[in-house]
Design a protein. Structure first.
Length: 401
């Protein structure tokens, strides 16, 4: 796809050194685009320019090195690079606050720092999950500045750890006020896949929130099932495996486990706020998922005098095989246990940013009780005679034959 006249690069990704932006930048560069990454973190920018991935993402490191070596991707802390690209993709975190309220101004406020470099003729793609109506808000902001820019909301759909596969295989949702804008967005993302789904901006905004909320509610359902079975001395995983065996209507029932991370909880609360907090199902899911660590500790406290115990927590990241600790319920679990236990030790084979983590061998040797917080495959071979709270069943329980 030819680049519009007057631009030296195809794409600039704002906030592009993070878990969402950088895989996208790498994927576009891998497919022949000339990509700039703008990020305020000098540490992350320097790593990217040295062809070093700032976080774990399978398959991304080699592609990053190839892109940097070929000069099809470079990173900068200078916001003026925004003016150099025809397509501007915005990937900025949009958390809820301590009162579970979203901030619709988060993206417009973040864009203020580089808005002076926007140019007529650019396509601005909002990639972050947004509160419904933010696309329209950005359109009005740009119109008030007198800049003739097309705005499209094209939500990210990847899961961490599968980005370099899913960016090339999953359908891409594109939206815009008219067909011309949707065609421009489709032209950008057709570099990655020929499966393009067109929507209106408000439809696409809700589609993203519905997707994450649906997953969060499913996890809440099985977590409630787990607590019902476990509180009666029954093994939920044996029940789940048995009922799902060769039974297609139960094939999509996930295992129990901590439902955490930077998206599912946050987006469920965004959807609730959008519906004037009239979302009983979403709030119930939040209570179940956020309550699971409390349940685990409560059950342990009934069986053991935790005040005399060293408790070992296996895993700190929010999901298996990841080094990402953002919104990890492992840390909520640690806080809860710390109120009750004599001592708490935590370990994780992937996380390098927490100086309080200790080696796995030390945890296994010194802990009186173990809790599996993150189902890393590294834990599957562990054999111990110590009591273990293992919601994930990662240490293994035989399912019905």
């Amino acid at each position: 796809m030819p680049r519009a006249e007057g631009f030296s690069h195809d794409v600039v990704v704002i906030g592009g050194c993070g878990h969402v932006g950088l895989p996208l930048a790498i994927a576009l560069a891998d497919r022949g685009a000339s990509v700039l990454v703008y990020d305020v973190s000098k540490t992350a920018v320097d790593l990217v320019n040295d062809a070093v991935l700032p976080f774990d993402e399978p398959g991304a490191q080699d592609k990053l090195k190839a892109a940097v070596t070929s000069e099809s991707l470079r990173a900068s802390t200078d916001p003026s690079v925004v003016a150099q690209a025809e397509n501007v993709v915005v990937v900025i975190g949009t958390p809820v606050d301590e009162h579970l309220n979203p901030d619709p101004q988060a993206i417009p406020r973040a864009l203020d720092g580089c808005a002076e470099y926007f140019r007529d003729g650019q396509l601005l793609v909002l990639r972050s999950t947004v509160f419904p109506g933010v696309t329209s808000l950005v359109e009005r902001m740009l119109a008030e500045r007198g800049v003739d820019i097309d705005v499209s909301f094209c939500p990210e759909r990847i899961a961490e750890g599968r980005a370099m596969t899913e960016l090339f295989t999953l359908p891409q949702i594109v939206s815009g006020r008219d067909q011309r804008i949707r065609d421009r967005a489709a032209g950008l993302f057709s570099r990655l896949t020929d499966q393009i789904v067109e929507m209106e901006p408000e439809e696409a905004e809700l589609a993203k929130l519905f997707t994450n909320t649906w997953r969060y509610i499913k996890f809440a359902a099985v977590n409630q099932f787990y607590m019902i079975a476990d509180s009666r001395g029954l093994d939920f995983e044996r029940i789940r495996a048995g009922l799902a065996q060769d039974y297609p209507r139960a094939a999509d029932m996930p295992s129990a486990g901590f439902a955490a991370g930077p998206c599912l909880f946050k987006d469920t609360m965004q959807l609730a706020a959008f519906n004037d907090n009239n979302f009983a199902l979403g709030h119930a899911a939040m209570l179940v998922n956020e309550g699971l660590p409390l349940y685990v500790v409560s059950q342990l406290a009934e069986q053991h005098d935790l005040a005399q115990c060293t408790v070992g927590i296996l895993g700190a990241s929010f999901k298996a095989g990841s080094d990402d600790i953002r919104s990890s319920l492992a840390y909520k679990l640690k806080r809860i246990v710390s109120f009750k236990a004599r001592r708490v030790l935590m370990t994780d084979p992937y996380v390098t940013t927490d100086p309080d983590l200790v080696p796995l061998d030390q945890v296994l040797e010194e802990a009186d009780v173990l809790i599996v917080a993150t189902p890393h495959s590294d834990y599957r071979g562990i054999v111990t005679d110590k009591p273990v709270a293992d919601v994930w069943n990662i240490l293994g329980v035989d399912a019905p034959a």
